[in-house]
Design a protein around this ligand. Structure first.
Ligand code: NAI
Length: 463
């Protein structure tokens, strides 16, 4: 039987980065088990394919909207080819997944292609994808990094053909005339952006009273405004979907808003109402006691602050443990779990995880919002810079955008920042860096912000 220091189940950004860390930093002998392609949701069905499609769609929409004003001609007749868009997406995904395979090789991590099932605290069975023969592996530590899958809500008609999750939508082969999106969270708003930029009439139906309910209120209000006014996206909040029906070759989504029943027709319906932990088939019958010990009622794997479960030697990270379900969080958790199982004591600042949404303009946030600081009775000052006055924003003809920050009143220590502007997803790391290192606004003002850049907005704000 092959013996390892660490067996990782799941080859997403949580699992594969943990494998590299364990091999490189600690000299561990590592095996990684993946039933599909290396890269997980992020590379194959999430971050990378969606952002590739979004980049193309937003480039098209931007040129069509502003091209003539910028001096380009013929932009009104610009068009797209769905097969070519998909081809570009596949090429990017392939390059990155092949890159991960190369990294496994160069770090001497053994990759097993199949389903991994825990037999006991030190043994995992691999049900191989390309062979009927099972392999049993032994290890000192096991890391569960199996990720999540899109939730399907219990709405009548949710199983009709044409009602899709983000997994299916990513392979959409034809342009769509009408799309209804159920759930105005991150996935919902990014797909609304993507398809509206491709000319689809998009309707978003959100149960709560605002889209992006986890973000700062001004960000969700401003995005809703830009989505409605500039992109023609129809957004219904405090609206409950009651049923999806097939009617005259279309899907009809029936929903209740302000106690009134309404309906909207579409070619396709996207369900984007959150994600569930992937634990099906993860435990052999011999490990049912372990399953009972570490699974929560909601089907998540429960861990302590070291990412260790109640079963000695078994760790878990990423979407399967719940919390903030983001690729960069899974990666950080994986590296932390590896450090801890190798005798270290490492922790992550979960209060300063940057969130990034790839709409146009982009949205990003880190640390506290003003409302959160008030809830914690912290006296703060807030500052806001409208990016309409920023040269680079004028050059590229971006939409209404701004940067805000929250700092401690007395010390001027930065507590949080929220941005809605071009390159917000790149610039947010500056604020994260500042909060992590306890910088004040005066500290942030010590550097020269290059001109002309979007980052000058940050310079204006902290001075
Ligand atoms: P989400 O939790 O962000 O949003 C789901 C939304 O659906 C919520 O606003 C909720 O109120 C609403 N909802 C739930 N049931 C509903 C119903 N029956 N009718 C109408 N609305 C309903 O989940 P989402 O968007 O599916 O994303 C899943 C995860 O993936 C999140 O943790 C997200 O952070 C992550 N993700 C992150 C991205 C990024 O960082 N750019 C991109 C895509 C996903």
């Amino acid at each position: 039987m092959e013996k390892y220091d660490l067996i990782i189940i799941g080859g997403g950004p949580g699992g594969y980065e943990a494998a590299i860390e364990a091999a490189k930093a600690y000299g561990n002998k590592v095996a990684i088990i993946e039933k599909d392609r290396l890269g997980g949701t992020c590379l194959n069905r999430g971050c990378i394919p969606t952002k590739t499609l979004l980049h193309t769609a937003d480039t098209l929409a931007h040129v069509m909207r502003h091209g003539e004003e910028m001096g380009l001609t013929g932009t009104g007749a610009l068009d797209y080819d769905m097969a070519m868009l998909q081809g570009h997406k596949t090429a990017v995904v392939d390059q990155l997944t092949n890159g991960v395979a190369g990294l496994m090789k160069s770090n001497k991590v053994t990759v097993y292609n199949g389903m991994g099932a825990i037999q006991d605290a030190h043994h995992v069975v691999v049900k191989q994808s390309d062979s009927a023969e099972d392999i049993t592996l032994e290890a000192q530590h096991i890391l569960i990094a199996t990720g999540s899958y899109p939730a399907v809500p219990p709405i009548p008609g949710a199983d009709l053909p044409g009602v899709m999750t983000s997994d299916d939508m990513l392979d959409q082969a034809e342009p769509l005339e009408e799309l209804v999106i159920i759930g105005g969270g991150v996935i919902g708003m990014e797909f609304a952006e993507l398809y509206s930029a491709l000319g689809t009439k998009v309707t978003v139906i959100e149960a709560l009273d605002r889209i992006l309910a986890n973000m700062d209120k001004e960000l969700s209000r401003s995005l809703a405004m830009v989505a409605k006014k500039s992109k023609g996206i129809d957004i219904h909040t405090s609206a409950m979907v009651k049923e999806i029906k097939e009617e005259g070759g279309k899907l009809s989504v029936i929903y209740e808003e302000k106690e009134k029943s309404n309906s909207v027709a579409a070619d396709k319906v996207l369900l984007s109402v959150g994600r569930r932990a992937n634990t099906a088939g993860l435990f052999e019958e011999t490990a049912s006691d372990i399953a009972a010990q570490i699974l929560t009622e909601r089907g998540l794997v429960a861990v302590d602050e070291n990412y260790e479960t109640a079963a000695d030697g078994i760790y878990a990270i990423g979407d399967v443990i719940g919390g903030i379900q983001l690729a960069h969080v899974a990666t950080a958790e994986g590296r932390t779990a590896v450090a801890n199982m190798n005798g270290g004591r490492s922790a992550i600042r979960m209060d300063i995880v940057p969130s990034c949404i790839y709409t146009s303009p982009e949205i990003a946030g880190v640390g506290m919002t003003e409302a959160e600081a008030k809830d914690q009775a912290i006296e703060v000052i807030t500052k806001k810079y409208p990016m309409g006055a920023n040269g680079r924003t004028l050059i590229s003809m971006e939409e209404r955008s701004f940067i805000k920050l929250v700092a401690e009143k007395e010390s001027h220590k930065l507590l949080g920042a929220q941005m809605m502007c071009a390159r917000a997803t790149d610039m947010i790391a500056q604020f994260a860096q500042a909060i992590a290192n306890g910088l004040t606004l005066e500290d942030m003002a010590k550097v020269i912000y290059p001109h002309p850049t979007y980052s000058e907005g940050i310079g204006e704000l902290v001075r």
